[in-house]
Design a binder for this molecule. Structure first.
Ligand SMILES: Cc1ncc(COP(=O)(O)O)c(C=O)c1O
Length: 363
């Protein structure tokens, strides 16, 4: 292993291979990316090919059709929807709207909240969830949130998979001044188990902003598609920070047919309901400590018995990579310092391969 720095993004396989002294063409399966293994829906490639000629025109600037489709899907008004260039743009717009104010980030979590806050000069404090369960202590969080202009939290949380119940979110909202904002990043909400929707809270709490991604569920991270649900006032304010034509024409046109594909959504729910608990149990049975996850990934570390045998998360990461499995290191998640690994739930046979390799690594 060299002293090459840990890459900031999980998908930066080249940097990780270099760090472990492996050749750039070392073959591996990616078990780090939290994407729906069933996607993209099979019709998307032909749909894009048929409409490629439309790239010679500008997108319709208000994205009326896409916003209408999302509004119907979510049960809100079109004025409560902003189409964004992935969930990532939504995070940066929320930070821009609170530039130079005080932000609170519930960590360990997705690093882009901190980056967005830094870019827009927010003064940030962290509310740190404690290992090994990474659960919110509502009273403590509510006190901290009451002092912030904007709170960022992720539900289900990346990388822990933990999910704050809707009732806790409502209690948190009722502690926050009406001038403050609660940004709940729900990038993985369509890939979550037992998640009550927060959309009904939008009508009662103007402080609430829900950020969504369409790249995880539909396996289209290269296309860039996401949206914000919030009060009409918040949406208008965010839109003022958004560059023109931020979402490309084909991505915007794809929104309605994606949301209409109920067969794909149903297949995804069936896969998640069977593979997610199976993986959680199998990982724990191997002696790994597994954070209780509601989503399509697990945060794990070697349990006490494996630690006694000198097996650390970094050693496991290294062994996995040598055997051809790229797991997600956690050096870039504030507070985790690399002591955990994140593993994605994939389709049945891919999960079996990971379990077999992991088993060989810890035995
Ligand atoms: C929690 C979370 N939010 C948002 C995003 C950004 O997703 P998108 O591809 O929609 O920009 C990610 C991507 O990994 C994520 O993990």
């Amino acid at each position: 292993m060299t002293s090459t720095p840990w890459p900031n993004h999980g998908g930066d396989a080249a940097a990780l291979l270099k760090r472990f002294g492996l050749p750039a063409d070392h073959p591996f399966e990616d078990v780090s990316a939290n994407l729906n293994p069933l996607g993209p829906p099979p019709w998307v490639a032909d749909w894009l090919a048929e409409r490629i000629g439309e790239l010679s025109r500008y997108p319709e600037p208000s994205y009326h059709a896409a916003r209408q489709a999302i509004a119907e899907h979510e049960g809100v008004a079109p004025e409560q929807v902003l189409l964004t260039n992935g969930g990532a743009e939504a995070i940066f717009l929320a930070a821009a709207h609170h530039a130079h104010q005080c932000g609170l980030i519930v960590t360990p979590t997705f690093g882009e909240y901190a980056r967005a806050c830094a870019a827009h000069r927010l003064t940030v404090t962290e509310y740190v969830l404690e290992a090994p369960r990474f659960e919110v202590q509502p009273a403590a969080l509510n006190v901290r949130a009451a002092k912030a202009d904007v709170v960022f939290l992720c539900r289900p949380n990346n990388p822990t998979g933990t999910l704050i119940p809707a009732a806790e979110i409502e209690r948190l909202l009722s502690c926050m001044p009406t001038t403050a904002t609660l940004v709940v990043d729900e990038a993985f909400i369509d890939l979550a188990i037992d998640a009550e929707p927060l959309t009904p809270l939008l009508a009662r709490y103007p402080q609430l902003m829900l950020l969504r991604s369409m790249t995880k569920f539909y396996t289209l991270p290269g296309l860039r598609l996401g949206y914000v649900l919030a009060s009409a006032e918040h949406i208008a304010a965010l839109a003022r920070h958004q560059p023109p034509w931020s979402v490309n024409h084909l991505a915007a046109e794809l929104v309605a047919p994606l949301l209409a594909d109920v067969v794909f959504a149903q297949r995804t729910r069936q896969w998640l309901a069977s593979e997610q608990p199976r993986m959680g149990q199998a990982l724990a049975a191997m002696g790994l400590e597994v954070v209780p996850s509601h989503s399509c990934f697990f945060l794990v570390r070697p349990g006490a018995e494996l630690c006694q045998r000198g097996i650390s998360s970094v050693l496991l990461l290294e062994r996995l990579l040598y055997t051809g499995m790229l797991a997600r290191h956690t050096y870039s998640f504030s507070g985790l310092n690399g002591s955990w690994l994140r593993l994605a739930v994939r389709d049945g046979s891919a999960n079996d391969r990971l379990l077999k390799v992991l088993h060989d690594c810890v035995c």
